[in-house]
Design a protein around this ligand. Sequence first.
Ligand code: ADP
Ligand code: ASP
Ligand code: MG
Length: 469
Amino acid sequence: MKKIVMKFGGTSVATGENIRHVANLIADHAGEDCRVVVVVSALDGVTDQLIQVAEEAKKRKSEYIRDFKQKILARHLSAADEAIEDKQVKEEVEQVLKARVDELEQVLKGIGYVSELTPKTRDTVLSFGEKLSAPIVSGVLKDIGLKSQYLTGGEAGIVTDSNYGEAGLLMNVTKYQVKKKIEPQLKEGAIPVITGFIATTQDGETTTLGRGGSDYTATIMGAALAADEVWIWTDVDGLMTSDPKIVPSAKTISKLAFEEATELTIFGAKAMHPRALEPARNENIPVRIRNVFDPKNPGTLISKNHEVKTKDGVKAVTLVNNVAVITVSGAGMVGAPGTAAKVFDVLGRENINILMISQSVSESNISLVIQRSLLERAVSTLDIHLLGRDFIREVEPEDDVCVVAVLGAGMKGMPGVASRIFTAVAKEGINVRMIAQGSSELNVSFVVKETDGEETVRAIHKEFKLDKK
Ligand code: ADP
Ligand code: ASP
Ligand code: MG
């Protein structure tokens, strides 16, 4: 008997009609010889709306909350109404939706009363997106005659640490719990519909896995259940040579090794959560990215040993937005050992992840790329702990930048790739702000002004003729 985990992203479940389509797609595969575990995202755009309402709640905007409550309930009720025919099933789902939206309202009011939004309460608010989508999807499966049960990530057995917002997976306990909770359901022929993105601490507090985390939930389930494959259904044909929204001629990459695909996701191929491939890679479970609106398309297969080298070695070019650069400088830093280590240590203690580093040849400054949302915290931490000490004279932030990453395993040791990249960029008159000391040799990444980002990506896509591959 085969076991497949299928994850459906926000656009795949954006409306009642889409959810009905998704349910039929599941029904095409689920049966005696193939057990399916479903992971779902929140309806398209809902997580963003929850982030916003949490902020508004902190400002005690009770009118905004009331309005939001009505809108979010109406949207989900209408999706359920559109997708479910059976009266009893529909009523059951409606009850769950109403109860959960009431619960959300209580949480938002609570945030208003204390005028405080902690990372923990924020995760609780964000969890409602998936907590509202899963019951609908499960209801539609029942409606078309399948056995199904909806569960939160925590109920399915996914356990994390308490790093709210970007919680760390505890894989051993998760494996044990997931097997215990999900295998009996599969034996009975039921299709579990699990909320992506959200999990729980060992004390039962709700956590989230970071934006785009439903992909991660899918591979966690796949690894824990030793699935045959994990299928990530999305709104494009697969992982592509670039974001088709930036480069309309981008092509789907049919096969990729785990290592390459991981680089691609870390460097902004938004189609996937950056850590999503870890569990699959560890357990050697193939991952397919497929288009929910074109199920005949084979999509992208990510697995071991697909180091298909192309002539130039370059396979894709991506754009990472929402980043910022901090430059730490001081003439006295030249030859002073350990300055970089101190900077990393200070930021590490604040849980600020460094995406890229570069040091000037003269050693008089170090530039770091971090997530833009962490910029203020990073700068104030560096100011408090380092400014004026250890020869550090200046800490300068820049937030109008982006990272362009050029990726491909075949680039390893191939001379001339970097010069072609930077010549192509220079020809467009674009100034490169900073180049990373790439460690993996699977990518060359650099910083340009935010306004130059898309043009840079297109220039490189063209230089390496990625649309012809
Ligand atoms: P989902 O809701 O299914 O999780 P996402 O919006 O998270 O989907 O990711 C899919 C989107 O990622 C696509 O619509 C596409 O615009 C964008 N994207 C960015 N880079 C790439 C790439 N290299 N390949 C495919 N899609 C990409
Ligand atoms: N709903 C979450 C988000 O928007 C998780 C996901 O869609 O993967 O980030
Ligand atoms: Mg996503």
